[in-house]
Each structure stands twice: as structure tokens, then as C-alpha cells.
Design a protein. Structure first.
Length: 255
């Protein structure tokens, strides 16, 4: 990943329009990388495969259209901002009903696209937690009921190395097992933050007590949790994660 700008997905079913959108985005300040998809299904595959900061897409596409795709994205644990780029103004109300960041009409003007990128950046900045907020007192260790082979077991929160979002569930990863629990990741993030759990990615929380360092490989930043366990750190969460780890003395200040 490039720390100098956003990683975005451009979606349009018409090849010339997709090429133009990608070209204009690539030349817009604040954009580091543009990935392209010609269908909503292909866009979903890109979004699920890697961390993406925003989606710029057409509305009228065969099969699943842009509005339907935006509704699916809206159900993500931490949905990337959506900007619609379309030749029609008739869907503007629908677009903003599903919380689109902006609505651009074709033909696209570079100045107008740059404004949309700024709006995306502001929304992303607002989503990053304030690591300077006073820390709450850590609560007593919590136990979580999980099902294992039809039997209810209890896992200590302190034994959980990291948490992974999986649609409407989360998987609690310990050193030896993973347990699926029906609870939103955002709820655990808020509940367990005082106990040292950090949001490092739209899909992951990590227990800072297990952090051994940060690693960069192939342009990707990961949190090393020891014993061959690690999770990716999203580009927009990187500054907050580093600051929090320095504050908790899990990371040297000059890392």
C-alpha cells in the first residue's frame, strides 16, 4: 500500500467510461492507486480481497446496479465511502438516501472529481479514532460464551489474540482456536477498547498485549502477534495504530 494517498476502486460497465474514470482518478491529488471493475460482482471481489479506501462507480449497470452494490457495501463492518459517477441525475435522491459521499454527473470534470476526493478524505479522517482521548480504566477480564461441538464453553477476553469480522459475526482467535460469535465488530471495538483492543483494519481488532511489532512486506503493513499470527493494518488506521502502540509501550517511538 502507498501511504501517500487513497486506494480506490472504479466501477463502470462501459470500457471507455471506465478507462476515463480511472485515468482522471489516477491524476487526482490524494489518489495513490486505482483498481478497476466492469461489474458490481467484480467490484465486490476486489473489496473483499483487500483494504480499499473508497469506491467511485456508475449506477446503471447490467445485473446488479450501483445502488444495489452500495447497499451491500453499506452493510460492511466499516464500509468505504461511495461516490456515484453517472450520466443521469434521476438517482440523486436514492444515492444520498444510502449515504453516498458525492454524486458526479458525466462528463466528469477534473476539478469536480478533486472535490469529491476531498470529501472522501474528510470522511475517512473522521472515522479514525482519537488516540489522544483519556484512557478509561480497564475492566476486569471478561468471559465470552462460545459453542464448541454443541457444548457451551467460556473463553477469557485476555486469551483472545485478535478478532476478525465475518459478515454479521466475528471470529475470536486465541492461540489454539477460532470461535464464531454473533456480535458486530464495532460493538466489541467500543466495549474492549479500555482493555487494550485496537482497531487496525475494517475487519480486525487486535489485543495489544500480544503485539510484538509491525512488519512491512510487499508494500503491506501487518501487526506481528507472535506464534505465526498476524493481521493486516489498513493505510488509514496506520497512524492511530502506531500512536496507540507507542503509548502502550508495545512499539518504539521511532518505528
Amino acid at each position: 500500500m502507498n501511504n501517500d494517498g487513497l486506494i480506490v476502486v472504479a466501477v463502470d460497465d462501459e470500457p471507455p467510461a471506465l478507462a476515463e474514470l480511472a485515468y482522471l482518478l489516477d491524476g487526482t491529488p490524494g489518489i495513490a492507486q486505482v483498481r478497476t471493475a466492469s461489474t458490481a460482482t467484480a467490484a465486490l471481489e476486489l473489496l473483499q480481497a483487500d483494504d480499499v479506501d473508497a469506491v467511485f462507480m456508475d449506477i446503471r449497470m447490467p445485473g446488479m446496479d450501483g445502488l444495489a452494490l452500495a447497499r451491500i457495501i453499506g452493510r460492511f463492518t466499516a464500509p468505504p465511502p461511495v461516490v456515484f459517477v453517472t450520466a443521469y441525475d434521476s438517482h440523486a435522491v436514492d444515492a444520498f438516501d444510502i449515504a453516498a459521499v458525492d454524486y458526479l454527473l458525466k462528463p466528469i470534470r477534473a476539478q469536480r472529481l478533486a472535490q469529491a476526493v476531498v470529501r472522501v478524505q474528510r470522511q475517512l479522517e473522521a472515522e479514525v479514532p482519537d488516540v489522544q482521548a483519556p484512557a478509561e480504566e480497564a475492566p476486569a477480564d471478561e468471559t465470552i460464551a462460545v459453542e464448541l461441538g454443541g457444548v457451551t464453553r467460556y473463553v477469557k477476553r485476555s486469551d483472545i489474540v485478535y478478532v476478525e469480522a465475518q459478515r454479521d459475526y466475528v471470529r475470536l482467535h486465541t492461540r489454539t482456536a477460532g470461535h464464531l460469535v454473533r456480535v458486530p465488530l464495532a460493538n466489541l471495538e467500543e466495549r474492549w477498547a479500555p482493555a487494550g483492543f485496537l482497531r487496525v483494519h475494517r475487519r480486525y481488532l487486535v489485543n495489544a498485549a500480544y503485539v510484538e511489532g509491525l512488519r512491512t512486506a510487499g508494500g503491506r503493513l501487518t501487526v506481528d502477534l507472535g506464534e505465526e499470527q498476524s493481521v493486516p493494518v489498513s493505510r488509514r488506521h496506520t497512524p492511530a495504530v502506531k500512536a496507540a502502540l507507542v503509548e502502550s509501550r508495545r512499539l518504539e517511538r521511532d518505528t
